[in-house]
Write a new protein. Structure first.
Length: 313
């Protein structure tokens, strides 16, 4: 059995110019052509040329990252050098890329679903504004206590949103509670608290108004059992069947991403190499902190595919 896992980045990894190098390959060109046709506008041009503020809008960033991730995967697979992974996992929106890679979700359906997801998240953020902040250098248990105290003191919502790696956790919630949590985190020993440039409180109860409409979209989307185990953001274990996938995608909007536990679990099952497929190197850096002895690689452009060749031989 392969000891390689494929991991897929989420929102925040987008950058103008992503995918342009890949698009010179027929396998990637086909992916981008399908994305443009499915969405009814030139997503590929937005990836390649920007402008950055339009690409960064959550309704565009989510399908754009999915498209580039799939373009990278298809080019790698077309080379005949991509191994069959033993697990796939994606960070937040990256979980949709993982489901497409595992054959549980068709690419076109995935594009439509993340486009709706972005629209509903944006609408929920406008109805209940909030924010997110990265807390560096504080243990999860201490930060959970900080969030609980900040919630009590302000009467607002704040919670852990992304447990990214030891010493790097993102919190999410209403602004007053978020700011108080930042103050308390510093007092508790956090090295830094960095507000993120987002206007929504993802992976928190402030996304609850999106749940009913998104559940309808998920229920209307065809799904199949994955051909490769897909690790759940919520459970940090493989998703068991189609209904579990549907429930995961809905609950993920308001639930923390347990990335540290997900990577640690895969490592404990014998994964020795993690390949990040898609734009950027965010997840590669997190894996190095979670599983320091693991090998890591990136497949985001043609040079990355060539570099991973030597890693896997």
């Amino acid at each position: 059995m392969s000891n390689v896992a494929f991991i897929f980045p989420g929102q925040g990894s987008q950058v103008v110019g992503m995918g342009q190098d890949l698009a010179q390959e027929p396998a990637a060109a086909a992916v981008f052509a399908e994305a443009d046709a499915v969405l009814g506008f030139p997503l590929s041009r937005l990836c390649f040329e920007g402008p950055a503020n339009v690409l960064t809008d959550t309704v565009n960033a989510q399908p754009a990252i999915l498209a580039v991730s799939m373009a990278a995967l298809r080019v790698w697979q077309a080379s005949g050098e991509a191994p069959r992974p033993c697990y796939v996992a994606g960070h937040s929106m990256g979980e949709y890329s993982a489901l497409v890679a595992a054959g549980a979700l068709d690419f076109g359906d995935g594009l439509r679903l993340v486009r709706v997801r972005g629209q509903l998240m944006k609408r929920a953020g406008e109805a209940q504004p909030g924010g997110m902040a990265a807390v560096l250098g504080l243990a999860r248990e201490a930060l959970e206590e900080v969030c609980a105290r900040a919630g009590r003191e302000t009467g607002g919502v704040v919670q852990i949103a992304n447990d990214n790696a030891p010493g790097q956790i993102v919190i999410s919630g209403e602004r007053p509670a978020l700011e108080r949590a930042g103050e308390l985190a510093k007092a508790a020993g956090a090295k830094r608290v960095v507000p993120l440039a987002v206007s929504i409180a993802a992976h928190s109860p402030l996304m609850r108004s999106a749940l009913d409409d998104f559940r309808q979209a998920v229920e209307a989307t065809p799904l199949r059992p994955p051909s490769v185990p897909v690790i759940s953001n919520i459970q940090a274990r493989p998703l068991d069947g189609v209904q579990a996938i549907r429930e995961e995608l809905v609950r993920q909007l308001v639930s923390p991403v347990r990335w540290t536990e997900s990577v640690a679990w895969m490592s404990a099952q014998g994964v020795t190499t993690f390949v990040e497929v898609g734009p950027g190197t965010v997840l590669t850096g997190l894996v190095k902190r979670i599983a320091p002895t693991a090998q890591v690689g990136n497949v985001g452009d043609r040079a990355g595919i060539a570099a991973v060749r030597s890693l896997l031989t």
